[in-house]
Write a protein that binds this ligand. Structure first.
Ligand code: SF4
Ligand code: FES
Length: 295
């Protein structure tokens, strides 16, 4: 943590302003004085917006909800880093004591084709929702809830599933990746359910469908740079991507759901017939997994 002798900061903010998805945007400079080091980053933006409204100017649009690091809505790029300089911390949990008096802070929205800018710092992250939706349901028995201890899950598997389930869907992994890849996000969702007994029934169908939707939404491929893991506020590990790759290959090679892959991936579907699907699949695997380590 940077130390600052003063309890208040005088700052220059350089903020991306854009009035709509199809309008050009530009950075605008704002001077902001006497900001308490105890404020959160979003409270600092609240102060700026109060001043802008008082002056009759448009406030800066930014997403937020829980302000507790739970909902994943508040992400912005701060000085080129997703969620700013603090490790494993969302923008709403970042405090101004992390900055120094006289700093210029660059604030901009997530930059990714799959996350178009809606206004100022707000982006449309509904592509993530569509990936989740494509994962479908989890089969459960109807009737009374089963006794809680009737399905035993080993401790280390519980831990693995809970760590993957910590993903808050913020999109920092996509924004920080040079390929705008959503592999960390998708791998967290796939690993979470693939690890637990409750997720087994739709295991192969889920991974095929989510990966197909990820590609359709124009997220880039993973080239193992690891920037996503470094930026992730929920500390989702790259090992989940390795598990995603294993789940995917197993689903295609050994499951009855591989036809889902043939029918859901638009780019390759026209090229595939029953005689040639295996060589087509090998080309596809080479494309998808190039430079990736499949453990
Ligand atoms: S994997 Fe991490 S960075 Fe990516 S959406 Fe989930 S919480 Fe955010
Ligand atoms: S506002 Fe919910 S995580 Fe930041």
């Amino acid at each position: 943590m940077n130390s600052s002798a003063s309890k208040t900061l005088n700052l220059t903010l350089k903020i991306w302003r854009q009035t709509g998805p199809n309008n050009p945007g530009a950075f605008k400079l704002y001077d902001l004085n006497e900001i308490s080091t105890d404020m959160s980053f979003l409270e600092m933006l609240d102060v700026l917006n109060e001043q802008l409204i008082t002056r009759g100017e448009e406030p800066v649009a930014f997403d937020h909800d829980c302000r507790e690091g739970i909902c994943g809505t508040c992400g912005v790029m701060i000085n080129g880093q997703a969620h700013g300089p603090e490790n494993a911390t969302t923008t709403c949990q970042l405090h101004m004591r992390r900055f120094n008096d006289g700093d210029t802070i660059l604030i901009e929205p997530w930059r990714a084709k799959a996350f178009p800018v809606v206004r100022d710092l707000v982006v449309d992250r509904s592509a993530f929702d569509r990936i989740i939706q494509s994962g479908g349901y989890v089969s459960v028995n109807t009737g009374n809830a089963p006794e809680a201890n009737s399905i035993s899950v080993p401790g280390h598997i519980q831990q693995q599933a809970m760590s993957a389930a910590a993903c808050i869907g913020c999109g920092a992994c996509v924004a920080s990746c040079k390929n705008a890849s959503a592999m960390l996000f998708v791998s967290a969702k796939v690993s979470h359910l693939a690890s637990l007994p409750q997720g087994q029934t739709e295991r192969s169908k889920r991974v095929l469908s989510m990966v197909a939707t990820m590609d359709k939404e124009q997220f880039g491929n993973c080239t193992n740079t690891g920037e996503c893991e470094a930026a992730c506020p929920a500390e989702i590990k790259l090992t989940n991507i390795a598990q995603l790759n294993r789940e995917y290959i197993k689903a295609v090679l050994f499951s009855h759901d591989w036809h889902c892959y043939l029918t859901s991936w638009d780019k390759w579907r026209p090229k595939i017939n029953h005689e040639t699907w295996r060589s087509d699949f090998e080309s596809w695997v080479n494309h998808r997994l190039r430079r990736q380590i499949v453990k």
